[in-house]
Design a protein around this ligand. Structure first.
Ligand SMILES: [Zn+2]
Length: 91
């Protein structure tokens, strides 16, 4: 992907699977991902890393997702079919 993640952390978050601070190149991952299939973690990590290339969920963002993780839609489906509670998740 040719991006550099300077650091990452894991914490409980109520509404987000992951966040990316573009300025500091730091990613936070939701602790609840530990309860999901590993494919879900991969999807969120790649998603947050794509934010280092494209800040918003634009057409370009999704074409970068297709390029770096062609199966991401299936991985997203798996994540959303096994929700921890009924919330609107963001990532
Ligand atoms: Zn996002």
């Amino acid at each position: 992907m040719n991006v550099e993640v300077k650091g990452f952390g894991i914490k409980s978050m109520k509404t987000r699977w992951g966040t990316c601070n573009i300025r500091t190149q730091h990613i936070w991952l939701n602790l609840d991902l530990a309860k999901k299939p590993i494919a879900c973690l991969e999807f969120i990590v790649v998603h947050e890393m794509v934010h280092l290339l494209e800040r918003n969920h634009t057409k370009r963002f999704y074409s970068l997702m297709d390029k770096f993780l062609p199966g991401w839609r299936t991985q997203k489906d798996i994540l959303e079919k096994f929700p921890a509670g009924h919330r609107e998740w963001e990532y």
